[in-house]
Ligand binder design. Structure first.
Ligand code: XMP
Length: 510
């Protein structure tokens, strides 16, 4: 399979570049600049290399840098923003700071006739975000695009197949960004386009069918997209030698546990062990109100329950995890991120006995995982399931968790989701749910005074969940949800809509 490397210099768009390349049916992988050597790059046999942007200036000695020998290994390179400046700097060109003429946002680009700009008109809109710029290009390079302010918006050395663009072709705003990336891949690197997530999954299934023959494979199924797709893929490969353990901690959304069980056991015939541990979790959570303690308690109890079940299964040969590519990239970047990549298993490998770990989805982005899920026949609800925190409704019930509160929240949340779906808005916010606050207030129902809980509704739009904007849901939808929740869910007498963005608020309440 042909592949392209995205050499990451700390740009905010590193993953996006890799995704854009894959959308063009060429496999791309992100490698941090300080975790790979020139000789390793040579051995990998890349068809092309893309240098990412980054927040630094090439003249700062602490800035990311790479062995300039990379320019001579004969592999085509496209430098983007900082990556282009670095290429110019490494090659002996000059980079300068344009304090007074920095460009940010949509900018008119003028290109010359060049293979990199095949199909791109002489004038089009590109997306700029820079202060430094390339003042003079290295020997052998020529300027192939400019903007009104930037004397070198793109440069190229056809002899060595080295190119640099000051703008960002990978973001969605530029009109011809995709075309430029495609030109680099197909016209410069000579890629044929052999990447397709569904074919990849077929190859993985065939491979696992051989490699895992006669082995017992264990997977912790949560009902989330990643573990569900990993389960189905492995089920196709090894059938009932795959044992899925689904710990239902009782803090799932209404009827979700039954749905997961039915889907995997009845529809797909997966060898599934469901552990209904709701009561056990509630008992352990009695009196716990501190958010961090709650999360910890749920996490620890989860491991204990899993451990007990795994103990009954005995020794397994293989432990499978639903880790996906962004987790792999993140875990290469620093200590805090490692925690996140292990988050899928919460430390399970320490407590159960197995010979090896496999991660069937570790090369795939989320959208690719979804295509594989669809190809494997996973129901739409599971393929497009919104993110759901591991501790479940536990972090959406403020204060102490009781069975009664879980039931109230499940009912209110189900109503909110029904109303959003009825209004055809389920793909508008990226996440929406109900929260049971710990505050009670006086209400009136018929002639009687009530003293019920306040339910908060939350809906957010976001690209990456690091920041989020509250969704402007239509008043009618909010009104119907509010009216139904206060009428149909005993114990809730007031509904509020959360209009806080992240930051300063977070998406979840705890
Ligand atoms: P916050 O609340 O940090 O949430 O703004 C950002 C996104 O992460 C999800 N989330 C979690 N997901 N385990 C998970 O798998 C967790 O413990 C967890 N906490 C938050 C949250 O639903 C949102 O999508």
């Amino acid at each position: 399979m042909e592949k392209v490397m995205v050499l990451d210099f700390g740009g905010q768009y590193d993953q996006l570049i890799a995704r854009r390349v894959r959308e063009q049916h060429v496999y791309a992988e992100v490698r941090p600049y300080d975790k790979i050597t020139l000789s390793e790059i040579r051995e990998e046999g890349y068809k092309g290399i893309i240098f990412t942007g980054g927040p630094n200036s090439v003249y700062d000695p602490a800035s990311p840098y790479f062995d300039p020998g990379i320019l001579d290994i004969g592999v085509p390179i496209l430098g983007i923003c900082y990556g282009a400046q670095l290429m110019a700097f490494m090659g002996g060109g000059e980079v300068a700071s344009a304090e007074n003429s920095s460009e940010y946002g949509k900018t008119l680009l003028h290109v010359t006739e060049h293979a990199l700009f095949s199909g791109v008109p002489g004038e089009s809109v590109c997306w700029m975000s820079h202060t430094d710029y390339i003042r003079s290009v290295p020997d052998g390079f020529e300027i192939i695009a400019v903007t009104d302010k930037c004397p070198c918006a793109a440069m190229g050395c056809d002899g060595k197949r080295l190119y640099g663009v000051q703008f960002h072709p990978e973001v969605t705003h530029p009109e011809f960004g995709k075309q430029i990336l495609r030109n680099f891949l197909y016209k410069v690197c000579g890629c044929k386009g052999d990447w397709n997530a569904a074919d990849y999954a077929d190859r993985m299934i065939a491979r696992y069918r051989e490699e895992l023959r006669g082995k017992k494979v264990l997977l912790a199924l949560s009902g989330g997209v990643d573990s569900s797709v990993a389960a189905l893929l492995l089920h196709k490969a090894v059938g009932t030698d795959l044992i899925c353990v689904f710990v239902d901690h009782g803090l799932l959304r209404k009827d979700e546990g039954d749905f997961v069980e039915k889907t995997f056991r009845e529809t797909f015939g997966v060898n599934l062990i469901r552990v209904n541990a709701g009561r056990r979790f509630i008992n352990r959570l009695a009196g716990v109100t501190d958010p961090e303690k709650k999360r910890k308690t749920i996490g620890e109890e989860f491991i204990r329950v899993f451990e007990a079940v795994a103990g009954q299964i005995g020794h397994v040969n293989v432990f499978a995890q639903g880790t996906i590519y962004p987790d792999v990239i993140e875990s290469g970047k620093g200590a805090s991120a490692v925690i996140k990549s292990h988050h899928n298993v919460g430390g399970l490998p320490d407590v159960i006995s197995f010979d090896e770990i496999i991660e069937p989805l570790r090369d795939l982005f989320k959208d690719e995982v979804r295509s594989v899920g669809t190809m494997l026949g996973l129901p739409h609800e599971l393929v497009w399931r919104q993110p759901f925190p591991g501790p479940g409704l536990g972090v959406r019930i403020i204060g102490e968790i009781t069975e009664e509160k879980v039931r109230m929240l499940q009912d209110a949340d189900a109503i909110f989701r029904e109303e959003i779906e009825a209004a055809d808005l389920e793909h508008v916010p990226d996440q929406y749910f109900a929260v049971l606050t710990d505050s009670r207030s006086v209400g009136v129902m018929g002639d009687a005074r009530t003293y019920g809980y306040t339910c908060a509704l939350r809906a957010v739009s976001t690209d990456d969940f690091m920041t989020a904007e509250w969704s402007r849901l239509p008043y009618e939808v909010l009104e119907r949800a509010s009216s139904r929740i206060t009428n149909e869910v005993p114990g809730i007498s007031r509904v509020v809509y959360d209009i806080s963005s992240k930051p300063p608020a977070t998406v979840e309440y705890e």
